[in-house]
Design a protein around this ligand. Structure first.
Ligand SMILES: O=P(O)(O)OC[C@H]1O[C@H](O)[C@H](O)[C@@H](O)[C@@H]1O
Length: 526
């Protein structure tokens, strides 16, 4: 059993909060990055940071050393260090569900104890490794089974976004001869499109659902099972596996090959658990262990680096500064690597489902803003679509670039162009360009963060994702919210059940005028 932990202190109820507001009015809102670089020869050194497997340049952001010092005071006043310790020790930081959020345990080496561990941690870690070993052995068997050519992951949200993003990101490491498909939407077009290219005897379906109740996933799993039987498939135990905390529910559906995990793993933090099986099949047991090791290295950095040199902390503090003082409402994510094309979507769930909250831990409404909108596309594509607005729109939209120093393809010239574009965008946003013609004038002073990986590998991807997880924890902690629940997704699910019946029956009694009108329209011809 997890014990409850002291409630973090809300940022707007601490002494540094009004000091930050005063600092913003006096200087922060007028900071000019071009002047800031001219006045501080060490600005790049001060605001850049090495962390395991990556490097980050935060110097082109609208803050100065004094700002960061005040933000660090804010973090301390909010009890960030105590809250971090509670997270890592497995206390019930998810207060509305009375659960720990122990995704860090999933990547901890076997037998490693941390000071402050709760008594049950050693057993949990042993369970993690027993499951990991079994899952990786299974992944290796599937990799060696040439009869299986197609692996279909059926899952949604955290049971789709992580493995899907990572299988794409690590395509260079992917086993040849197997195709990977991800079916998430209840829209039958998606599953139908995949099934059309499959044969039962060469397909492996992985039904991924923490709860094993999610309607989309259950509907797709039932349809896949029905297709399998109708197409002459035999041996469900060989061709279907369930990745879930509810193995009995999988059994009830007829799926007996199961890899489990635990309620203390949040859906959007579950890539490291059995939910990672499609990735493990794609990149192999060693690749998956490298991913875990990369994430664990970042966990160590987050756990022990001083706050002022702690990259997730610095990013999380910058997020608070931007959201609550500058009032920036979004962050544009631009991975300059085509294989990271699902990275923005992955971060959307991680940050917006974690921190898109309007009440404090105690349920009281907050007076300050929380998660920004995350959005984006790989560079250079985004440059030819929406970067116009980043450069010349009326709103300031902070940009976060992820670039990779080494390419793995052999094509000459491409990578230099790609990296030059990443650098140029950050430079153009900051420097701008004066022109008497308003249409050609670039105001500049627009912020960006530049994250650099040496290469895109399982280890660096693990570190990058763990960095983002911890950064979301930092801002959520200061905002005083529970970053680990997602009650906001429930109402729509309940109403969809009711409306599914009404779509069949035509009963519009008691509905609002718009929903009733649309229902009639949808049923026209029924
Ligand atoms: O893994 P599952 O239990 O099927 O949940 C899948 C997803 O759906 C839920 O509604 C939540 O919004 C997500 O956090 C979760 O990842």
């Amino acid at each position: 059993m997890s014990t409850s932990m002291p409630t973090p202190i809300r940022c707007d109820q601490t002494a540094p909060w009004p000091l930050l507001a005063a600092h913003f009015s006096a200087r922060g809102q007028r900071l000019d990055l071009r002047q800031a670089f001219a006045q501080d020869a060490q600005r790049f050194e001060h605001f850049s940071q090495c962390a395991p497997h990556l490097f980050a340049d935060l110097s082109k952001n609208l803050w100065e050393r004094d700002t960061e010092a005040l933000l660090l005071d804010l973090a301390r006043s909010c009890g960030l260090e105590q809250h971090r310790a509670a997270l890592l020790a497995g206390q019930a930081v998810n207060s509305t569900e009375n659960r720990a959020a122990l995704h860090t345990l999933l990547r901890r080496p076997a037998g490693l104890a941390w000071p402050g561990d709760r008594p049950e941690t050693a057993q949990r870690l042993a369970d993690v490794h027993a499951t990991l070993d079994a899952m990786l052995a299974y992944a290796e068997r599937v990799r060696g089974d040439d009869a299986i050519t197609d692996v279909v992951n059926i899952g949604i949200g955290g049971s789709d976004l992580g493995p899907h993003m990572a299988v794409l990101a690590l395509e260079e490491f992917r086993i040849p001869g197997k195709r990977f498909h991800f079916v998430s939407n209840v829209d039958g077009h998606e599953l139908h499109g995949v099934l059309q290219g499959l044969r039962p005897e060469s397909s492996l379906f992985l039904v991924a659902s923490k709860t094993f109740t999610t309607d989309e996933t259950m509907t797709n799993a039932r349809s896949a099972l029905a297709w399998f039987a109708a197409a002459g498939g035999r041996d469900v135990a060989r061709h279907f596996a369930a990745l879930t905390t509810h193995t009995e529910a999988a059994g009830a559906l007829g799926i007996t090959t199961c890899f489990g995990f635990w309620d203390w793993v949040g859906g959007r933090y579950s890539l490291w658990s059995a939910i990672g099986l499609p990735l493990a099949i794609a990149i192999g047991a060693q690749g998956f262990r490298d991913l875990l090791a990369g994430a664990h290295a970042m966990d160590g950095h987050f756990r022990s680096a001083p706050l002022a040199q702690n990259l997730p902390v610095r990013l999380g503090l910058l997020d608070v500064w931007y959201r609550n003082f500058h009032g920036f409402a979004s962050r544009c994510i631009a991975p300059y690597h085509a294989a990271l094309r699902r990275y923005p979507a992955y971060l959307q769930q991680l940050e917006m489902e974690s921190n898109g909250k309007r009440v404090a831990q105690d349920g009281a409404p907050l007076a300050h803003a929380t998660a920004p909108v995350l959005w984006g596309e790989p560079g250079t594509n985004g440059q030819h679509a929406f970067f116009q607005m980043l450069h010349q729109g009326r709103d300031v939209l902070p940009l976060e670039i992820v670039a990779v120093r080494q390419a793995t393809h052999p094509l000459p010239g491409h990578h230099e162009k790609l990296l030059a574009n990443a650098l140029a965008q950050a430079q153009a946003l900051m420097l701008g360009q004066a022109s008497a013609d308003g249409h050609r004038h670039f105001p500049g002073n627009r912020p960006s963060t530049f994250i650099l990986l040496e290469s895109l590998s399982p280890a660096s991807l693990g570190a990058l994702i763990a960095l983002q997880e911890h950064r979301v924890f930092v801002s959520g902690s200061l905002w005083g919210i529970n970053s680990f629940d997602q009650w906001g997704v429930e109402l729509g699910k309940t109403l969809a059940k009711d409306l599914q019946q009404r779509l069949a029956s035509g009963d519009a009694a008691g509905l609002d005028g718009s929903t009733a009108g649309l229902l009639r329209r949808l049923r026209a011809g029924a």
